[in-house]
Design a protein around this ligand. Structure first.
Ligand code: SAH
Length: 317
């Protein structure tokens, strides 16, 4: 039975259901690509990052290495070659992607959320995870704010019970409540977490939800479950939530600065020299990840860590 999408629901509830249906039934990589899919060097330098963080934590034997939204498991498979083999915890809700991940990281332990990941010293990586979580949308109308709902293929608005800045008429604000809850949980656990995603350095008004269907931009409301819905990540609001929950925040910094500090260009060169048949692809991927007009500038890296933690690799000023 296909899920019914004809009832009236808040935009975030719609987005959550549409994305769950999408990830359960589609191969997302036929619609978009991501950093670990472009080059093995991305996962490898993050594996190196995690290895150094593990040493900074005092090299605990019971380290919990976790990833949220691991996609096809490529990032972690590449990272483990550098980090060393260790039990891995995956936070993933899609049964289809869990099966893909099991092909590349067979001994992983899967979870629906952070709640069931065991206690202990934790290093978590999430690349393009937060942007897939559902946002609430608010629109400035007159002296107040309305919240957006979805009924069938139409938007509806109802008065919002929320305090937001005095933006100009028709401005849109988005709030990603699950992302805020996620960073608060990381903060309370005293985890060291690396969040890589796309979004601005400074919170701003603006509608950022986009739908990708068959590799092209599409109407988010048309044929729910057939398109990948994402929203820009508001790093500033996540940083504020993490600090309120007792953690320190490092960054956000632009992806190109982060990956360059971690040695992505050098590792790319080294690999390209070793395997000339892969050289062109590796170099092109490296440029795509770091060029400001490609992914180097829109994507940011931000870390959450226990209070007083020393500067993490890639975040030293
Ligand atoms: N990190 C991967 C995948 C990004 S796509 C990469 O870089 O290629 C988003 C991932 O988050 C997918 O694995 C998707 O199934 C997962 N995901 C989306 N919403 C989720 C949720 N609410 N809980 C857990 N995983 C989720």
């Amino acid at each position: 039975m296909p899920e019914r999408f004809d009832r009236c629901e808040r935009f975030d509830q719609f987005m959550a259901r549409a994305n769950a249906a999408y990830y359960a039934t589609h191969d997302p990589y036929s619609d978009f690509t991501t950093a670990p899919e472009l080059t093995q060097v991305f996962g490898e330098v993050l594996g190196g990052w995690a290895r150094i963080v593990w040493q900074m934590l005092g090299a605990p034997e019971n380290i919990i290495l976790a990833e949220a939204g691991p996609g096809r498991g490529v990032l972690m498979a590449d990272a483990l070659r550098v980090f060393g083999q260790t039990p891995v915890h995956f936070i993933e809700t899609s049964p289809r992607l869990r099966a893909e991940q099991a092909l590349r990281v067979p001994n992983a332990i899967w979870h629906d959320g952070l709640e069931t990941v065991p206690d202990g010293p934790m290093i978590l990586i999430a690349n393009e995870f937060l942007d897939a979580l559902p946002v609430r949308q608010f629109i400035r109308r007159g002296a107040g704010w309305m919240e957006r709902y979805v009924a069938g293929s139409n938007y509806l608005e109802q008065p919002a019970e929320i305090a937001l800045p005095d933006d100009p008429e028709n401005s849109v604000r988005e709030i990603n409540e699950p992302a805020i809850a996620f960073v608060e949980q990381l903060a309370r656990r005293q985890a060291v977490a690396l969040l890589i995603d796309y979004g601005p350095l400074v919170s701003a008004a603006g509608e950022s939800v986009q739908a990708i269907r068959n590799g092209k931009y599409a109407d988010p409301l048309a044929d729910p479950g057939s398109a990948d819905l994402t929203a820009h990540v508001d790093f500033a609001s996540l940083a504020a939530a993490a600090s309120c929950a007792g953690a320190d925040v490092q960054g956000p910094v632009k992806q190109n600065a982060f990956l360059t500090a971690l040695g992505l260009p050098q590792r790319t060169d080294m690999l390209a020299q070793k395997s000339p048949q892969m050289a062109a692809k590796l170099r092109m991927a490296g440029r795509r990840l770091t060029a400001p007009e490609a992914m180097g500038s829109l994507f940011k890296a931000m870390a959450i860590c226990p209070k007083g933690f020393p500067p993490l690799p890639g975040f030293e000023v």
